[in-house]
Design a protein around this ligand. Structure first.
Ligand code: CAA
Length: 282
């Protein structure tokens, strides 16, 4: 039975998960290594919920109630009461493994630890925890408050109780689940990221401009965002790391990250969050 939810990482995914969890009535604690990141995350949630009130999606009482359920800190010990902790840190295996080493000793023995990884092996990540049977993937989509889907992924050791508890939790958030096997990038990103990578090749090879490519896919394929705009939205570093996981894990040259994507990431052009990507946000 989940009552208290812990979130590791106050970035766009962690805050989105915190927001929808609190809106569904769960007590939430967001942890991040730096207090100012936690503060910035809480401010983002505040802003998002205020917007939902303005657009009539939420009443002011519901907003106040949800916000009162969310706390945050840079102290790991504050996760000690959590029944479920969802790690939503950077998509970097060594960082995630390090976090599990620090978080596991703090958690209740029966707490479930889940990762929001968008591509990494759940079984391999589980091996860095003290609870592989109570570890699994709960993969939300961005923006979390808007996107209906959550992918559930079992590792080889995940037990049925853990899976069922996660399923109940995600269903209570009013999300639709899809179950994916533990293969690189699961279902959504296995399909979506090669499409985005191909759009970047299309730009790299001069087939079309940024605007031509995005307009083509918006109006020609009815996508809500063009692939280059979506890449900026996801973060080009995340896009690159997912392509690398696909390339390494499936050993097929069709997943080779486009050199232009690599170059942008090397330049620090990471999309919306850094102010510059395929578009300029400065
Ligand atoms: N956080 C919270 N809410 C947001 C938001 C955000 N970042 N961005 C937009 N919204 C809300 C808006 O407030 C608005 O809500 P109301 O209807 O209550 O006003 C609603 O979403 C629609 O927003 P807009 O009218 O401003 O803009 P839009 O109609 O263009 O929709 C969008 C924005 C929902 C992001 C839409 O463009 C879209 O669906 N884009 C594709 C998103 C997508 O593909 N996501 C998956 C990425 S892949 C992934 O996440 C997996 C991974 O691991 C990388």
């Amino acid at each position: 039975m989940i009552k208290n939810v812990g979130i590791v990482g106050a970035g766009q995914m962690g805050c989105g998960i915190a927001q929808v969890s609190a809106a569904a009535g769960y007590k939430v604690h967001i942890y991040d290594i730096a207090a100012d990141r936690v503060e910035a995350g809480l401010a983002t949630i505040n802003g998002n919920m205020a917007r939902q009130v303005s657009s009539g999606k939420l009443t002011d009482e519901e907003r106040k109630k949800a916000l009162s359920l969310i706390k945050g800190s840079a102290d790991l010990n504050d996760l000690s009461q959590a029944d479920l902790v969802i790690e939503a840190a950077t998509e970097d295996e060594s960082i995630k493994r390090k976090i599990y080493g620090q978080v596991c000793p703090v958690l209740k023995t029966d707490a479930i630890l889940a990762t929001n990884t968008s591509s990494l092996s759940i079984t391999r990540l589980a091996s860095a925890t003290d609870r592989p049977e109570r570890f699994m993937g709960i993969h939300f989509m961005n923006p979390v408050p808007v996107m209906k889907l959550v992918e559930l992924v079992r590792g080889i050791a995940t037990d049925e109780g853990t899976f069922q508890t996660a399923k109940q939790f995600v269903t209570a958030l009013d999300k639709t689940i899809t179950v994916a096997e533990d293969f690189p990038a699961f279902i959504v990103n296995r399909i979506l990221l090669p499409m985005i990578n191909e759009a970047i090749y299309t730009l790299y090879e001069g087939v079309g401009s940024v605007d031509a490519i995005d307009t083509a896919m918006k109006l020609g394929a009815n996508h809500p965002m063009g692939p280059l705009q979506l890449a900026d939205f996801i973060g080009l570093d995340t896009c690159l790391s997912i392509m690398q996981v696909l390339h390494d894990g499936l050993a097929d040259s069709k997943y080779r990250p486009c050199p232009l994507l690599v170059k942008y990431v090397e330049a620090g052009w990471l999309g919306r969050k850094s102010g510059r990507g395929f578009y300029d946000y400065r």
